[in-house]
Unconditional design. Structure first.
Length: 604
């Protein structure tokens, strides 16, 4: 059986899915914001064009103020021709306002979507390079939530920042500047309420950011439950746990609902208060403006123009207050995305790495010790072994002996805590990681097939292989016998995770993939453990063809399948306790012989 190693326990109580050792310090809002701005660089020409449209939009808004004044004056003079001209000017000005607003929105939305794709691709690229220790500790649902939901929230923040905030901010400043020129006293009187707006919005935004972070965590938990349950739906149904899983999914959704309603409650309290303040501002402007008119300090036309400016300020104030709170919420998602992007890649290629085009396949372990982070003890202990080119080495031992961990160190899924692993006398840490793994083929216990055709799956790892090469690999893997009768043959779709195929068929496709890759070092991790006798024999025959002239490491559940290995290495608690051929170990009558007897008794 495959060994199970306890993963380190996350010390993140309260449902937090981020392991402590992976959690960097929280960046500031401005740090996150300026980091997003760096992604604009490839789109500078389009961004400059959007700025020009913003300036035209702002100018159109500001020009409404003198236009209103002129219209009122023409009405007072009862000059019909001039009134008609001014109305035409107003229509043209409003047309410019609409055209520039929608044009700028289109351009900035396009830029924002492209930036979002760039960010998502960078995050996805990072996820491809993170080590196995990372995936042992993080929830898959949480990672999917960051990759999709959180990145989408970032897109909303970028669109609001440039498509809404920028034009509204410039409009606000332009109108305020014009109002100061018209009547600085009345403008200052109007601006007295601004600190109140800022204080209320800032308080609400802080609350909403915390709430948004909690909402995203709940969303990640929901995604994780759905992903975990649906990917194991056969086990759920076999154990009649459908209602339990439905209830668990419902409970998590209700927790998310209550968290969401907290944010809704904050908005419900703040937004009416802001609207009331806006109404008070308008009332104060009318009152104070009327007072200025009675003193002869202001004309009716100027008051109408000023009042138009105040009405035009309502949209920017409303938009800026809404955008600010939304940005705070979106920044919680931005923080979660960059949290993963900033994680160090523990296993990577060194700057001066070696990239041998060919290797012979001699593998040597020198005093190798390995311990999982937080596991509380070494899984591999001072392990020494030299495997010559073309040898077949079988690793045997009880569950937890360290077999799968040991072979995971060869392709550097993990790095040893101590010691060195060499291939052809070259320390694998000094080899280019891509080159190292390109010389290896792995056939795991759990068949890894992707949704797509048989051709796509066999080619995985060598995309440029011809159909003839694929068919040859399938024949060597004893897989062509079930592929050839299919109506679409190589184009036949295997279904999600290969569900349309039997266990033996999936395993033979995995072997065909390894054959096509033509590796010098082969790792077989319990490749026949879950198969029936007929399928096992077919797979075993395919493995014999695959192992020919390759350095091979075999972890075998059925000991009868490793009788012809050059060496059988018996492990116990990460150490070699016996080593030799099948006959030699049987003659010793030690651990290996005991395991053979146990399996023989189990079969009878």
């Amino acid at each position: 059986m495959a060994e199970l190693v306890d993963a380190p326990v996350s010390k993140t109580g309260g449902g937090d899915s981020v392991p402590v050792r992976f959690r960097p310090s929280a960046p500031t809002l401005m740090t996150l914001y300026f980091r997003i701005l760096r992604y604009i660089k490839p789109y500078i020409p389009s961004f400059i064009f959007s700025i020009v449209l913003v300036l035209l939009f702002t100018a159109a808004n500001v020009f409404f103020l003198p236009l209103t004044r002129d219209i009122v004056n023409e009405l007072a003079d009862k000059n019909l021709l001039h009134i008609n001209n001014q109305i035409i000017n107003a229509i043209l000005l409003y047309g410019i306002r609409l055209a520039t607003q929608q044009g700028q929105m289109y351009v900035m939305t396009s830029i924002s979507c492209r930036i979002t794709i760039d960010i998502r691709m960078e995050l996805y690229r990072k996820l491809q390079k993170l080590p196995q220790s990372f995936y042992a500790e993080w929830k898959l649902g949480d990672l999917l939530s960051r990759l999709f939901s959180d990145v989408d929230k970032m897109k909303e923040a970028i669109i609001q920042s440039f498509a809404e905030t920028l034009p509204q901010m410039l409009t606000f400043l332009g109108i305020i500047g014009y109002l100061f020129i018209m009547n600085w006293k009345l403008t200052l009187f109007t601006l007295v309420t601004i600190p109140m707006f800022v204080g209320i919005i800032g308080f609400a935004a802080g609350k909403l950011k915390i709430n948004a972070r909690n909402i995203q965590r709940k969303a990640a938990d929901i995604t994780h439950i759905a992903q975990e349950t649906l990917s194991n739906v056969k086990s759920v149904q076999a154990n009649t746990m459908e209602e339990y899983e439905i209830d668990r999914f419902k409970r998590e959704n209700m927790r998310s609902y209550h968290t969401t309603m907290i944010g809704v409650g904050v908005k419900a309290k703040v937004e009416p208060f802001i609207s009331f303040l806006q109404f008070m501002v308008i009332g104060l402007v009318v009152w104070y403006g009327g007072y200025e008119m009675t003193l002869g300090h202001m004309s009716g036309a100027n008051l109408a123009s000023f009042f138009t400016g105040i009405m035009l300020l309502i949209d920017p104030v409303l938009a800026l207050s809404k955008v600010y709170t939304n940005l705070q919420q979106a920044m919680a998602s931005t923080e979660r995305v960059f949290e993963v992007m900033d994680l160090p890649i523990e296993i990577q290629t060194e700057a001066m790495s070696i990239s041998p085009e060919r290797i012979k396949g001699t593998v040597e372990f020198k005093h190798v010790t390995f311990e999982y982070e937080g596991a509380g003890g070494a899984v591999i202990r001072d392990f020494n072994l030299k495997v010559l080119e073309g040898e077949v080495i079988a690793l045997v031992g009880l569950s937890g002996a360290g077999k799968s961990t040991l072979v995971s160190l060869i392709p550097r899924f993990y790095d040893p805590t101590e010691g060195t692993i060499c291939i052809d006398d070259i320390d694998i840490k000094t080899m280019n990681l891509h080159t190292l793994r390109s010389h290896m083929g792995i056939v795991p216990q759990e068949d890894v097939l992707f949704r797509g055709s048989i051709l796509d799956n066999v080619r995985y790892g060598k995309p440029d292989a011809t159909k003839e090469e694929v068919i040859t690999a399938l024949k060597m893997a004893n897989a062509w016998e079930f592929v050839e009768p299919l109506s679409r043959q190589l184009r036949s779709v295997v279904g999600d995770r290969g569900r349309k195929l039997s266990g033996g068929q999936k395993q033979r496709l995995s072997i065909a993939r390894a054959i096509l890759r033509n590796p010098r070092i082969l790792i077989l991790d319990e490749a026949t453990s879950a198969l029936d006798s007929k399928s096992e024999q077919l797979v075993q025959d395919a493995l014999v063809a695959l192992m020919k002239n390759r350095t091979t490491f075999v972890i075998a559940h059925r000991l009868s399948t490793i009788r012809h290995a050059h060496k059988i290495v018996v492990l116990d608690k990460g150490k070699i306790v016996e080593m030799g051929s099948h006959d030699e170990l049987i003659e010793k009558n030690g651990n290996y012989a005991h395991l053979v007897v146990l399996q023989t008794q189990q079969r009878h």
